[in-house]
Design a protein around this ligand. Structure first.
Ligand code: UT7
Length: 322
């Protein structure tokens, strides 16, 4: 059968890394509070010339090099972001131009922190339908641009960055073959007001700033993430005990621990980058994936589960034989 196989991963972070201590000089917070409540120690903040599309382009170049394939062989680019360079055109088309790809399908997906999972399911469906052969799937954000830097309940939590994968249509064994084995997505728009941006082109005509009721989001996150992981594993005919690595959305170390515990997974199987990157929204899953591939933890044929939850609410998971 034809499956979408991940043949390369890449990422790019802005040059500037900001510590909790630096933030504590600007807002009423402490390194102790941030570490204890979130596990975050650092985040990266983009300079004016570093945009969502430039970070995404850097991540794509690294992913293409890792895959050993030429940019011209890409026929689909899907970029998940809540912080596009401009309202339009889609940042995916800016990445296409920067990579020198003459013609392909390119568009953005907006599902905030679950954006990469949404983009992955769309790309996988298009590949398995035979419409496309090779895709770049990207999560890229410059959340620092939409943070209220005077609101300590949000500004300490987020960071900027980009991660990308190359997906290739390959013949794969129906049982244990490599590729995306199952994906599951959900949305529940009744919770819009728990995590949102207070502006937009059609309402205020401004970009707006992030607003979040953190405690409420936390409660939903653990329940939704555990259940969608179970659902996607069941769809793939697999059990949690067979999973080699969980690559979660990096919002809060306590969410990662609680979700792993609910599924009976050892904490050593969870890839954690929230301490180094903070919450990079749609970029966090592909950034964590690339980190663990490059440091040698995730290897070919490992069974991995990707998961994320964010504004909307939206949430999802994917089971992948890497
Ligand atoms: O990526 C999308 C998904 N997002 C998430 O999953 C985020 C989920 N939520 C969380 O991670 C946590 O709820 C937070 C990290 C946002 C907050 O942790 P919490 O343990 O739920 O704290 P809290 O909101 O209940 O606030 C506790 C106290 C409050 O003070 P009072 O009212 O108890 O006096 C806050 O004002 O901590 C205070 N506080 C801070 N103190 C120092 C809030 N932010 C800060 C801060 N520094 N930065």
């Amino acid at each position: 059968m034809i499956r979408s196989v991940i043949i390369g991963t890449g990422s790019q972070l802005p040059a500037r890394r900001v510590s909790n201590a630096e933030l504590a000089e600007q807002v009423d917070t402490t390194d102790e509070w941030i570490v204890e409540r979130t596990g975050i120690r650092f985040r990266y903040v983009a300079a004016p010339e570093e945009t969502t599309s430039t970070l995404a382009t850097g991540a794509c170049k690294a992913a293409l090099a890792a895959a050993g394939v030429d940019a011209q062989s890409i026929d689909l680019i899907i970029l998940a972001t809540a912080t596009p360079d401009q309202t339009f055109p889609a940042s995916a088309t800016k990445v296409q131009a920067a990579l020198g790809i003459d013609d392909c399908v390119a568009f953005d997906v907006a599902a905030v922190c679950s954006g990469f999972l949404y983009a992955l399911q769309v790309a996988d469906s298009m590949i398995r339908a035979g419409v496309h052969k090779r895709a770049l799937v990207i999560g890229a954000e410059t959340f620092s641009r939409i943070l209220d830097w005077e609101d300590r309940t949000t500004c300490v939590l987020f960071g900027d960055g980009a991660g990308a994968i190359v997906l290739d249509a390959q013949e794969s064994d129906a049982g244990q073959g490599r590729g995306i084995l199952a994906t599951r997505l959900h949305a529940d728009g009744r919770h819009n007001e728990l995590l949102y941006v207070d502006g937009g082109p059609s309402t205020t005509g401004t970009v707006g700033k992030v607003r979040m009721k953190g405690r409420e989001v936390f409660r939903h996150a653990v329940v939704n993430l555990a259940s969608v992981m179970e659902e996607s594993l069941a769809a793939a005919g697999l059990a949690a005990a067979q999973v080699d690595w969980v690559v979660p959305h990096q919002a809060n170390a306590r969410i990662l621990d609680a979700t792993a515990r609910k599924l009976g997974l050892a904490p050593e199987k969870v890839i954690v980058t929230v301490d180094q990157h903070a919450n990079t929204s749609a970029a966090s899953v592909p950034l964590a994936l690339d980190t663990a591939v490059r440091d040698g933890r995730i290897k070919a044929n490992d069974l991995i589960v990707l998961e994320a939850m964010g504004g909307g609410f939206t949430w999802g998971a994917a089971v992948v034989r890497f």
